[in-house]
Design a protein around this ligand. Structure first.
Ligand code: GBH
Length: 451
């Protein structure tokens, strides 16, 4: 007899997006430029010279996109606010038209029975704030709290779920250490300072929410479990370092009020002496944590690399996505159990999970066949269900992404959507994975039994 894979009552079925990846019209209606506007228009930084100027044209087609969500049967939608639409200079003057766009979107979602889950920062810092040092400036925590407050006052009467930051590790590693995303810095000294100010900013926004808000707020981490390539002590140590850098650098300060000890040695002379009082602000109790899970990393010690560059060992016999990431659903339950054991019973949302696989640029028929994405979705949802059985308090799942979109500096060629987007016509076509997800949602997970 098969155990039913029905998910708990009230479990949210979602899909996720981010402002710069889908909206287009980045400077419309009085918006200020963001660091992504600048980065994407700097020659040579974006694959194929792609930009977010049009993207999925969601800024103008949002009503159509809410109907796609309705067709899926989504009960929640996670999206982010472009800070510089609302505050063109990052602080101070509020641009009513920018705020209106999000207010209308929220109203439309609610009319369709879809719970909005709002991310305040998904990487698109106002350019005016970057000119003042961006996340390197300690004032960034106050700037962010001011912006957060504007959003709470405008939308908390209708938005029950808020998150402060999306994936601070990616900002630190890609934005300030490796230069692969905006603002494109490569500076070891900046990285830990940016970590610290991002986490201070998140804490300040959570504190502001306690004063202003009536619902729930959390923060989103990308967690990627690390496994040693062998039983050699060197590989085990490298694995622990990689885990401290990517995972506990962020989760420990927020949930325990301390940085992992390993970081001081990893950053060496670049590790600052942070004021102890800051950790108190960083450790603001959150109502839930969002976890983005895509893949794992198998780590081998490589003394020729700088300490922060863990060497991943390719698992050649296994399926990889178009971004080169191994499909490894066991890593999801390993991560959720590790998280629960380390931090206790904080409610969790799986705020992103998905895969880029090749889909043709032009959709030929009424449905785009994407068997590998269907398989990815089913494997991860079944594994998530096992984690719930094992007692992890998972409240919702958000597929990344609703639409094919701008995969940051990789451009439009890497397609993560449930809906195919033809970027020359803006036509949306469901992929098989969208239809399958709709069945799973309609059965509250029971349809996974047949897979
Ligand atoms: C998320 O980041 C973002 O939130 C979202 O905007 C983005 O579009 C989406 O995922 C897809 O990329 O090279 O094998 O070592 C993803 C975070 C961190 C996940 C790095 C994969 C590297 C795997 N990523 N990780 S590997």
């Amino acid at each position: 007899m098969t155990r039913s894979l029905r998910f708990p009552d009230g479990f949210l079925w979602g899909a996720a997006t981010a402002a710069y990846q889908i909206e287009g019209s980045p400077l419309a209606d009085g918006a200020g430029p963001s660091i992504w506007e600048r980065f994407a228009h700097t020659p040579g930084l974006m694959a194929d010279g792609d930009t977010g100027d049009i993207a999925c044209d969601h800024y103008r087609r949002h009503a159509e996109d809410v109907r796609l969500m309705q067709a899926l049967g989504l009960t929640s939608y996670r999206f982010s606010i472009a800070w510089s639409r609302v505050l063109p200079e990052g602080t101070g003057r509020v641009n009513a038209k920018g705020l209106d766009f999000y207010a209308r979107l929220v109203d439309d979602l609610l009319e369709h029975g879809i719970t909005p889950n709002v991310t305040l920062f998904h990487w698109d810092l106002p350019a005016a704030l970057d000119d003042r040092g961006g996340w390197l400036n300690r004032d960034s925590a106050d700037w962010f709290a001011e912006y957060a407050q504007v959003m709470f006052r405008a939308l908390d009467d209708r938005v029950p779920l808020w998150t402060t930051l999306n994936e601070p590790w990616v900002v630190v590693d890609g934005g300030y250490l490796r230069g692969t995303i905006a603002p494109g810095h490569r500076n070891l000294y900046e990285a830990p300072r940016v970590t610290h100010n991002l986490l201070r900013a998140s804490g300040a926004a959570v504190a502001a929410y306690r004063a202003e808000g009536r619902h729930r707020i959390g923060v989103v981490f990308n967690l990627e479990p690390k496994y040693p390539a062998s039983t050699r002590q060197e590989d085990r140590d490298a694995t622990r370092r990689a885990h401290a850098y990517m995972n506990t650098q962020f989760t420990d300060p927020v949930l325990r009020g301390v940085y992992p000890e390993a970081l001081a040695a990893l950053y060496g002379a670049a590790w600052p002496d942070f004021p102890a009082a800051d950790l108190e602000c960083i450790r603001q109790p959150v109502d839930f944590v969002g976890i983005n899970y895509y893949t794992r990393q198998v780590v081998r010690d490589d003394p020729t690399q700088p300490p922060l560059r863990a060497a991943g060992v390719p698992q050649r016999q296994r399926t990889h996505t178009e971004t080169g990431w191994e499909v490894y659903e066991q890593g999801l339950i390993d991560t959720l159990l590790w998280f629960r054991d380390r931090y206790g019973t904080v409610p969790v949302y799986l705020t992103e999970n998905g895969a880029a696989f090749y889909d043709p640029p032009q959709a030929a028929g009424p449905v785009v066949e994407d068997p590998l994405r269907v398989d990815y979705l089913e494997r991860h949802l079944k594994t998530l269900r096992r984690a719930i059985d094992a007692g992890v308090d998972v409240r919702g799942y958000y597929a990344w992404s609703l639409l094919d979109n701008l995969e940051w500096s990789l451009g439009f060629a890497k397609r993560f959507g449930l809906y195919h987007v033809d970027f020359s016509t803006q036509r949306r076509t469901p992929k098989r994975s969208a239809l399958r997800y709709a069945q799973i949602i309609a059965s509250h997970g029971a349809a996974l039994d047949e897979a």
